[in-house]
Design a protein around this ligand. Structure first.
Ligand code: ADP
Ligand code: MG
Length: 858
């Protein structure tokens, strides 16, 4: 309900949370197939359920994985449903609500060709919901309609009430003005094109109309195309030379936050025919515009609004109560939406494609609004509903936010080509059913006693009946005239029978004189009253002329204001144009942004993918490293063990060799002693070397330390190790047997101050303190091994010379290129090792597995 108390359609106060709500009523209508042999993919399986089957072609494409889907609605209307049946169920309650001051919204939704227009408008002989609604409305309020212009739209979405005289003046004014659209006369002959839209046999009527009210109906008709609003009832002067494209309208919010189309023509209509004629005029204009501007008609939304203004009669039941706060306005919006199919289907191009995009956009916004509304209602969220994103939804805002009834007829064409689009329509329809709209409350009662109109009518009827009885109304009141004559002095009898009668005449004269005086008095009174009247009239006239002056002033002021308005209007037009270009730019920018965002998303995805791969590779590498480290440790351990084993083997072998050498040395000693004529101490019995062991080593050392002190003849031996004295200042006997080969190696022992001999002789020995024997032999690996056997020379008591061997130096020469050569030590020694000189202990005293320790023999 809307109350135009302040001359506007007011917004309802904030509703308490416990307000009653009704879901949006969604109905489904299936139209018959175009041809008998067409494939049908929609089946009505109950009065509220339909089932969709995928068409055969589609099934094959998708490997038959498509299932049947079922959708439930408030009611389903099959192909045989008549227009009147549909009207009774869908629109009748909305008209009843309209009369009860409650708002309503009814729209058809579906693919192009599914029967939206057929359902809303109908075809000749088969009027749709719109003509039937108008018919029911006028059938119901017909006798209670107010005179034209008693209700008057105020250009701000409100309706004012004015008295009958003002209404009459306005009527005359309008009739004289040609530019203002003339309300068609209700008695005109109907256009044959829509003449039989409503069959009088099927007339509907609502019986619950409040007879103590006066009603007026206003209709407006707009088209929304490409998100621009056009007024289809506007009477723009037509210029055949330069036809101007239609001007679009803008949406405004009235002071009660209701949306309305600013400056939209609202035509007051008094009958079904008149209303439908107005509708048809708009329809024609729409068709012409579509043809001239090459538009696709299925892509525009049309909105036909029926506004009902009502106000109670005064206490007498004769006139409308001149109280603005008692004017109620309700409206019913009948909307035929654009086809819901995707753009691709219409094969539009260029600007048509962009327009189509906008239209799709508006239906998409409608879907989004429904989704958000549903989510807000179901989850208690407070997401903003994007009504403003399109003109259609912006216009519908009040219906979803305010209170009223919202109904949707989903039209379905069961043909196979529409199957996929129909699926989308069904999903939207199912979702819309879950949106709830506040139930409108009943309007308050005005407080005057009911039945006023009837009583007044009865009174009028009675009066006219009585007047008829008296022979009709006369000029001047006869009763009053009689009373006046009766109030005058009665005339005496004036019959003269005697000439000498001198009484009758004087009596008559006296009465007549009295009557004359009374008459004169009355004339005087009359003149006085007339003068008074004249004076009053004069006063009135002067007042009137002063009022006229004021009026004149006001008129000139009005002219000025009109000029200002005209200026502002041009400014508004300029701004509108600007806003349109800006909207277009925003559109383009939005699309660009979308493109960039998509790019960004794909790049981000790629980045993430690469990062994941990198992480995987890193993890793999770490695992590999660990494995390699394990392998290195294992190999190291293995080789260490192997080295130890080889070193031990080598030690044993060397000890064996040493033992052999010792034997040889002893023999050599014997020879030397023989040659020198002197002899050293008895040779130690040869010891078979054993596998070295620390334990044994220690024992040997202990044993040695425990041995008795040598005799004074035994030359003193430095207990400490000495590498070689060959480089020192002592004199040496360099014994180099003639069999020795000359090796040109770098690492030759050079002994300064040496007496070189091939066979040692006493003379040489007597001059020296030190003795060295160069002994060459073939080593086990085929190399030549030079040994420097060193000793100290002592004078024996007998005057001879004795040599005590103290040290053996081994010089080995290897050929790096020799293929048969074996590596001699662990794997970590390079194969290119050529020379090495080792100090060999004379006795194999190996103390550790890692190397030799030189020991001096006592
Ligand atoms: P839309 O407005 O959805 O594009 P129309 O209402 O123009 O579709 O319908 C297309 C055609 O189908 C029209 O010729 C109309 O007469 C016909 N039609 C639609 N619905 C029905 C129906 N229920 N019964 C008979 N004919 C129908
Ligand atoms: Mg249509």
């Amino acid at each position: 309900m809307q109350r135009a108390g302040k001359g506007r359609t007011p917004r309802r106060p904030k509703k308490p949370s416990n307000i009653e709500k009704d879901p949006v009523g969604v109905y489904c209508r299936i139209r018959p197939l175009g041809g008998e042999d067409e494939e049908c993919c929609v089946e009505m399986i109950s009065s509220s359920t339909i089932q969709l089957h995928a068409p055969d072609g589609l099934k094959a494409n998708r490997n038959g994985e498509y299932k049947e889907t079922q959708y439930c609605f408030k009611k389903v209307f099959g192909i045989k449903t008549t227009q009147i049946e549909l009207f009774e169920d869908v629109a009748r309650p909305l008209i009843e609500d309209l009369i009860h001051c409650k708002n309503g919204l009814l729209f058809t939704y579906g693919v192009t060709g599914s029967g939206k227009t057929y359902t809303m408008t109908g075809s000749p002989g088969e009027g749709g919901l719109l003509p039937r609604s108008l018919d029911m409305l006028f059938n119901s309020i017909g006798p209670f309609q107010a005179k034209r212009f008693v209700f008057k739209p105020d250009e701000k979405n409100g309706i004012e009430v004015q008295n009958q005289v003002d209404a009459l003046l306005e009527r005359q004014k309008r009739d004289n003005q040609q530019s203002v659209p003339r309300t068609p006369s209700s008695r005109q002959r109907a256009d044959p094109e829509f003449a039989d839209m409503i069959n009088p046999d099927q007339a509907c009527k609502f019986e619950g109309v409040d007879e103590d009210c006066c009603y007026s109906v206003f209709v407006s008709y707009i088209e929304i195309y490409n998100n621009y609003i056009y007024d289809l009832l506007e009477d723009a002067p037509f210029d055949p030379v330069r036809p101007k494209p239609p001007q679009s309208k803008i949406l405004r919010e009235d002071q009660n936050h209701n949306m309305y189309v600013a400056g939209c023509t609202e035509v007051e209509v008094k009958s079904t025919e008149e209303a439908f004629e107005v509708f048809w005029k708009g329809q024609k204009k729409r068709r012409i515009a579509n043809t001239e501007l090459n538009r696709e008609s299925s892509r525009s939304h049309s909105v036909f609004t029926v506004k009902l203004a009502q106000a109670p009669l005064d206490a007498d039941g004769d006139h409308i109560l001149q109280d603005k706060s008692q004017v109620n306005v309700s409206q019913l919006c009948l909307v035929d939406l654009a086809g819901s199919e995707r753009t691709s289907r219409t094969r539009a191009e260029g600007s048509r494609l962009r327009e189509a995009g906008n239209i799709n956009q508006s239906l998409m916004t409608l879907r989004t609004c429904m989704e958000v509304l549903r989510e807000n209602q179901m989850c208690g969220t407070n997401r903003m509903v994007p009504y403003r994103d399109s003109k259609v939804t912006h216009l519908f805002k009040n219906y979803f936010d305010g209170e009223g009834k919202v109904r949707m007829v989903v039209c379905v064409n069961p043909k196979a080509e529409d199957y996929e689009e129909t699926l989308l329509v069904m999903r939207f329809a199912e979702m819309t059913q879950e949106v709830e709209v506040a139930r409108p409350v009943d309007r308050p009662i005005c407080g005057l006693t009911p039945g006023r109109r009837q009583r007044n009518q009865a009174f009028k009827d009675e009066l006219s009946r009585r007047l008829e009885e008296r022979g009709g109304p006369v000029n001047g009141d006869p009763v009053q005239l009689n009373q006046l004559i009766e109030s005058l002095p009665p005339l005496p009898p004036c019959e003269l029978s005697d000439p000498s009668d001198d009484q009758t005449l004087p009596r008559l004269m006296e009465v007549l004189e009295r009557r004359y005086r009374i008459r004169q008095k009355m004339t005087e009174q009359f003149n006085q009253t007339a003068n008074n009247m004249k004076y009053t009239l004069q006063q009135f006239e002067s007042q009137f002329s002063s009022k006229e002056n004021v009026l004149h002033d006001q008129r000139s002021k009005l002219g000025e204001k009109d000029k200002v308005i005209a200026n502002q209007r041009t400014e508004i037009e300029r701004l509108e144009k600007k806003s349109k270009t800006l909207e277009y730019k925003i559109d383009i920018l939005q699309k660009t942004t979308e493109m960039y965002e998509q790019d960004k998303r794909s790049l981000q995805q790629e980045l993430e993918g690469r990062e994941q791969r990198l992480q995987k590779e890193l993890a793999e590498r770490r695992r590999m490293e660990q494995r390699m480290q394990g392998m290195v440790t294992d190999t190291k351990l293995k080789w260490e063990r192997e080295c130890e084993r080889r070193v031990n083997a080598k030690q044993l072998e060397l000890q064996n060799k040493l033992w052999v050498k010792d034997e040889k040395l002893k023999q050599l000693k014997a020879i030397v002693t023989e040659n020198g004529g002197a002899s050293g101490g008895p040779a130690e019995p040869p010891r078979k070397p054993e596998r070295p062991s620390r334990e044994r080593d220690r024992n040997v050392a202990e044993k040695r330390s425990a041995s008795p002190t040598p005799l004074s003849t035994v030359p003193p031996v430095h207990p400490m190790h000495r590498r070689s004295h060959s480089a020192g200042g002592e004199k040496w006997v360099d014994h180099k047997p003639a069999s020795n080969l000359d090796l040109d190696t770098v690492m030759q022992p050079i002994i300064p101050n040496a007496i070189k001999v091939s066979t040692p002789n006493e003379k040489a020995l007597s001059k020296c303190h030190k003795y060295v024997l160069r002994h060459q032999e073939l080593a086990s690996d085929g190399e030549i091994e030079t040994k420097l056997i060193k000793g100290n020379v002592f004078k024996t008591r007998g005057g001879g010379q004795a040599v005590e061997f103290t040290d053996i130096e081994t010089l080995k020469q290897e050929d790096p290129t020799a293929p048969s050569r074996k590596r001699r030590s662990g794997s970590r020694e390079g194969p290119a090792q050529t020379d090495d000189i080792e100090n060999r202990p004379p006795v194999a005293n190996i103390s550790s597995s890692h190397g030799y320790q030189k020991r001096r023999r006592p």
